[in-house]
Design a protein around this ligand. Structure first.
Ligand SMILES: [Zn+2]
Ligand SMILES: [Zn+2]
Length: 271
């Protein structure tokens, strides 16, 4: 299978490694291609994103590395766009659209944090009702196309980061699935691809990648194309659980995944 990871973070944002270190590791691990997806600058959370100047430097460096390693592997310069970022969108080969913040009144509340932080958010903003938190997340995510044109929908069910360890809401309930499906329906036809994201496995939050078998079947039925990524913040985990992700996709009826080539996204068979 053509081995590519389009969801990676470097020292330009919250990743551990420099882009070139990640590339060298990707070559060693047999990758055909790697894409960088630094966090878009967020005025509401600068410590979690690339700076404005850093973003320009990031684009320049990734372009230079693309040339330097062109005989070894394909390199792409992408962006993980947080939906409330207000930035210039030029110079990217692809965009992963995602929601990591809820806008509550004038506040931007970041929930892609620790379990304690999430518990506090549910207590302080949702009266202790985790299902209300889930509902607001999916309503927020549904609005993503108003803010950015995305190629890939990032970690659809990010709020399930602690689903295996904490009982913030019942992620197997009808009510929860209604909210999740509502978001998928709102985004169908507006974003072509989703990702099976294994990042939470690499970081020890979960044993299984985002998203569930049931949801993969729903995505398949609605014609979404699949990608596999590890939301990599550490080069050792560039292909974390890729095999498991491919098995999950096959079990849900997917026969191919999409990879980015110089000419655009292309389907390759899952093997
Ligand atoms: Zn993310
Ligand atoms: Zn990410």
């Amino acid at each position: 299978m053509y081995l590519q990871n389009l969801h990676t973070h470097s020292t330009y944002c919250d990743g551990k490694d420099k882009p070139e270190e990640m590339i060298l590791s990707a070559i060693e691990q047999g990758f055909d291609s790697v894409g960088f997806s630094g966090h878009s600058y967020m005025f509401y959370s600068p410590s979690h994103s690339m700076s404005i100047e850093g973003t320009e430097e990031y684009k320049r460096e990734v372009r230079a590395l693309k040339e330097k390693y062109r005989d070894k592997l394909d390199i792409f310069c992408g962006l993980e766009f947080d939906m409330y970022s207000e930035i210039e969108m030029t110079g990217y080969d692809y965009v992963i659209g995602a929601a990591h913040y809820l806008k509550i009144g004038d506040e931007y509340v970041g929930f892609d944090r620790t379990a304690d932080v999430v518990e506090g958010i549910i207590r302080d903003y949702f009266g202790g009702d985790g299902m209300k938190y889930a509902k607001m997340y999916y309503e927020t995510l549904s609005e993503l196309p108003k803010y950015v044109k995305s190629d890939i929908l990032g970690h659809i069910d990010l709020i399930c980061k602690f689903a295996e360890t904490h009982n913030f809401f019942d992620w197997e309930s009808k009510e929860y699935n209604r909210y999740l499906l509502g978001a998928i329906d709102a985004l169908t036809g507006k974003i072509p691809f989703f990702e099976v994201n294994t990042g939470a496995v690499a970081r020890g939050y979960r044993k299984t990648p985002y998203t569930t078998h049931a949801m993969l079947k729903e995505l398949k039925a609605r014609g979404w194309g699949a990608t596999i990524s590890s939301d990599c913040h550490d080069r050792r985990y560039l292909k974390q659980s890729f095999g498991e992700a491919a098995e999950m996709l096959k079990a849900a009826g997917f026969k191919e995944i999409y990879v980015l080539k110089a000419s655009g996204f292309e389907a390759v068979p899952i093997d």
